[in-house]
Design a binder for this molecule. Structure first.
Ligand SMILES: Cc1cc2nc3c(=O)[nH]c(=O)nc-3n(C[C@H](O)[C@H](O)[C@H](O)COP(=O)(O)OP(=O)(O)OC[C@H]3O[C@@H](n4cnc5c(N)ncnc54)[C@H](O)[C@@H]3O)c2cc1C
Length: 405
């Protein structure tokens, strides 16, 4: 059930815990017996043993869009993260921690510079490497610095537990994601190696959810050092298809308490796919963030941000429109076989067997760029989105009626 949040690694006074990568490519803590003094702090801080429970009276829900259109385009949804990051750096002299790139690796890092925000924008659907980020935040809080941490709900819960005895804990602003789950960094590396070999060029950056064709028709876009970028449709043989099929997910993600709607954070952010149903004026194909404001601190900050964003309060229907808040992930029956293949097969063999490019996805790949050239493209993509949304909601309803969580 370990989520790899690294709270135990960060709290150990003897550095007796190392984060080791397992065969599936995920990190787990390992105790170096000779260094351990059995203080038990690692168990006490573990959010899986005892989660951090925040007492929030009420949660306010909003649809928001950044007014900086360049940053909104770089963001996965409406760019709320970039607005918050700008506030923390410019108005609080604080430090922002989010997931960005180290080469092509996905890592959490901190910055005090606005120029670094674009690197952290956008969802990277791979578990991020945390390294010493939690200890760094704890130290900065002790020095009286304001910090913003954005990450998955399990990461935020672990961080809240780590800093709960810090006298300046109130200087920490946390934002967690509506989270479907995280995929294996090991398989991500395998995919990158495959692409580099195939295209004989180094991958520079991956935009996991590119919005060039609009918010309702996302692509994965891969940028190389020398050659032009390539695109992979969501439905095609990509790493993301394995992710959404649930194969390469971290084991703890299948039965995750942290992705429920009771959060430890000040803010929760997610994709607002169905915003057109509630705020038609926001359905502009450039993305909208669903923002939940939980804490009193979060509400104070949100009041200050209102003048910098387009926002509308929303009432209901949000959770059903967002997959990550519904616990419908089932462990695929053949997950073990999948990971055996990861070990023994090439990337091409793996995708051919597990996420075959069927006729439908081939047609979508061919037709999408053509539709993109039509003057009515927005309407076509919106219709497709509506159809998919209805199909998804039907699936969730069926799963709930069937009784599995
Ligand atoms: C693994 C994952 C699963 C998600 N699942 C869902 C879902 O099921 N439903 C839904 O509505 N939304 C989901 N999201 C969130 C969504 O894609 C958007 O990130 C969110 O809507 C915020 O968008 P934004 O435009 O405001 O900010 P963005 O600019 O998109 O900011 C994204 C923020 O997420 C952080 N981040 C990016 N990748 C990671 C990562 N791998 N680990 C930790 N933090 C990361 C970045 O640091 C940044 O602060 C998921 C995101 C991730 C990373």
């Amino acid at each position: 059930m370990c989520t790899g949040c690294s709270a135990c690694y960060s709290i150990c006074p003897k550095s007796a815990i190392e984060m080791k990568t397992d065969e599936e490519g995920f990190q787990y803590p390992e105790i170096v017996g000779s260094k351990c003094i059995e203080c038990n702090l690692c168990s006490k801080v573990c959010p899986q043993i005892e989660p951090f429970v925040a007492l929030h009276n009420s949660t306010n829900k909003y649809a928001i869009q950044s007014t900086d259109e360049q940053l909104r385009a770089l963001s996965t949804a409406g760019g709320f993260f970039s607005v918050l990051a700008d506030y923390v750096i410019s108005d609080c002299n604080g430090v922002v921690f989010g997931a960005g790139f180290d080469g092509v690796d996905i890592v959490h890092k901190g910055t005090e510079h606005k120029d670094d925000i674009p690197d952290m924008c956008g969802s990277k659907y791979v578990q991020s490497y945390l390294g010493d980020v939690f200890s760094h935040i704890n130290d900065l809080l002790s020095q009286g610095r304001c910090c913003l941490f954005v990450g998955t709900p399990c990461q935020v819960n672990g961080l809240k537990k780590l800093v709960q005895n810090n006298k300046n804990e109130h200087l920490l602003i946390t934002t967690d994601l509506i989270c479907y789950g995280v995929s294996s960094p090991g398989i991500y590396k395998k995919w990158i190696n495959f692409l580099q070999k195939k295209y004989k060029d180094n991958v520079r950056r991956v935009v996991f959810r590119d919005k060039s064709y609009g918010y309702s028709a996302p692509n994965t876009r891969i940028y190389f050092q020398e050659r032009k970028h390539i695109e992979q449709n969501y439905d095609s043989k990509s790493m993301l298809r394995m992710f959404f099929a649930g194969y390469n997910m971290r084991p703890s993600c299948y039965d995750c308490e942290f992705r429920s709607l009771v959060r430890a954070s000040d803010f929760t952010i997610g994709d607002f796919h169905s915003v057109g149903d509630q705020v038609p004026g926001f359905d502009d194909e450039l993305g909208t963030t669903a923002v939940w404001v939980h804490s009193e601190y979060g509400k104070e900050i949100f009041e200050l941000l209102k003048q910098k964003i387009r926002w509308e309060p929303v009432e209901s229907g949000l959770s059903s429109s967002i997959s990550g808040s519904n616990k419908i992930l089932k462990i695929p029956k053949n997950r073990e076989e999948f990971f055996l293949d990861v070990k023994n097969c090439t990337y091409e063999q793996l995708t051919s067997k597990w996420v075959k490019n069927n006729l439908k996805s081939r047609i979508v790949n061919l037709v999408k760029p053509v539709i993109n050239k039509l003057p009515l493209k927005k309407h076509v993509f919106k219709l497709v989105k509506k159809y998919k949304q209805k199909k998804y909601e039907k699936r969730v309803r069926k799963a709930n009626e069937g009784g599995h969580s």
